[in-house]
Write a protein that binds this ligand. Structure first.
Ligand code: GLU
Length: 422
């Protein structure tokens, strides 16, 4: 099943459960606007290359379209549509007044020089300039995009309209109107959720093992906070390799990140307290890593990692989805049958967009908050949303994903009906 079909299957399940108004359901099955375009870029060797770009504006009933832009060789329209739909539900679950959108460029940014990356980024903004803006659509970082790229985007847009518009993009560097706490926000938000979940499931952090697949911005910050709280991180994977602490003592994410930064690999890096190759690590493939016994499995990389093929072999008690769409619909059913608690992406990773919302607010007010203020407000949002979703789960006797969709859909419906739709 492809990514968009997956998202529609989840939507259908929740729509049936809450008896969603059929007219609203009909509208929510399609994006409002799809932009697909070519971006010609002059490469360093003087030749021109053309890259494919996308921006999908899924739904803006609750506010301007909002969502990241990913740079990935496998990015395509189907994936971007799915991710744009997820952003719509995500913003509604955490009740920020924004709609959903997503963008992408089919490119491996690791193969570009910094100059080429900048020209590509500025070309992307020129292609969509009439469709974005603080009141229309506000891009942000996603897979392989970062504050530097967001800074170029904000600058290009500002130059095009002739005055500074920091609120056109979130996830910017602090010097260009970024928010304190935005970089760590997705991991931080997920950590607040984990603490609530631990209370519900009566987990003792010191006796709880964690496996993290994906060690980028999201996976790292989450791992670091969980480690500080005493959780045992027993295995970590990035796109190039993985590491498993077979003694289950727990690994310090800082050491792993240090090795990744200095050697470009995490594989084989870990020895308690130091960073070196040693006899206590075990090399495992990403596939094996997902199937290792643990309490909490955290997919924090790309979509479609847990599928019909491996869902039956997952031994975790909880799957915390920090990636978008890491579990397919068929896999989800299998995990539910096995009574594995799946905390869905639209709740678990919503901390990123919540702090993007704060960043946008700060830009509009031209007044900036401290990191403590940001994190306090983020904690309030995540804790409240968790309990609202949990309540729906109990009410409908369903899984957390369907419960999260139920919360999101009723909020989107309320606004659409107030506008006379449905
Ligand atoms: N790319 C992130 C996500 O998938 C953040 C989006 C945003 O901040 O707008 O939630």
């Amino acid at each position: 099943m492809n990514s968009f079909a997956n998202t529609l299957a989840q939507l259908k399940k929740a729509a049936e459960l809450i008896k969603l108004n059929p007219n609203i359901y009909e509208i929510l099955k399609s994006p409002q606007r799809i932009l697909q375009f070519s971006i010609p870029v002059k490469m360093d060797d003087g030749k021109w290359k053309v890259f494919e770009g996308y921006r999908v504006q899924y739904n803006n009933a609750r506010g301007p379209f909002k969502g990241g832009i990913r740079y990935h060789p496998q990015a395509d329209l189907n994936e971007v549509k799915a991710l744009a739909a997820l952003m719509t539900w995500k913003c509604a679950v955490v009740n920020v007044p924004l709609g959903g959108g997503k963008g992408g460029i089919k490119v491996d940014p690791k193969l570009l020089s910094s100059g080429e990356l900048e020209r590509l980024t500025r070309g992307y903004v020129r292609a969509i300039k009439d469709f974005i803006g603080p009141e229309k659509d506000i891009p942000a970082p996603d897979v392989n995009t970062n504050p530097m790229i967001m800074g170029w985007m904000a600058d290009e847009y500002s130059q095009l309209v002739g005055h500074p518009v920091p609120g056109v993009v979130t996830g910017k560097p602090l010097s260009l109107g970024g928010s304190q706490g935005r970089e760590a926000a997705t991991g931080q938000g997920a950590f607040y959720l984990l603490q609530e979940l631990a209370k519900k499931l009566k987990l003792n952090p010191k006796k709880t093992t964690l496996i993290i697949q994906g060690f980028g911005n999201v996976g790292y910050h989450f791992a670091q906070l969980a480690f500080k709280e005493g959780y045992k991180i027993i295995a970590v994977a990035d796109s190039k390799g993985s590491i498993y602490d077979k003694r289950h003592k727990g690994m310090d994410p800082k050491n792993i990140r240090h090795t990744k930064q200095s050697r470009g690999l995490i594989d084989g890096c870990y020895c308690v307290g130091t960073v070196c190759d040693c006899k206590n690590y075990k090399r495992v493939t990403t596939k094996q890593l997902l199937e290792l016994p643990c309490d909490i499995l955290v997919p924090a990389a790309l979509e479609n990692q847990i599928t019909r093929a491996n869902a039956g072999k997952i031994k975790a008690k909880v799957v915390l989805e920090l990636a978008n769409g890491p579990v397919t619909t068929e896999a989800d059913e299998k995990l539910n049958k096995k009574r594995i608690t799946v905390v869905p992406d639209i709740l678990a990773n919503a901390g990123g967009v919540a702090v993007s919302y704060f960043e946008w607010l700060q830009n509009l007010q031209n007044s900036y908050w401290s990191e403590q203020e940001v994190n306090k407000k983020l904690a309030e949002i995540m804790v409240k949303s968790f309990h609202e979703v949990w309540q729906q789960k109990e009410k409908h006797n369903t899984d957390l994903r369907t419960a999260a969709y139920a919360v999101a859909l009723s909020r989107v419906t309320e606004v659409m009906q107030a506008k006379g739709i449905g």
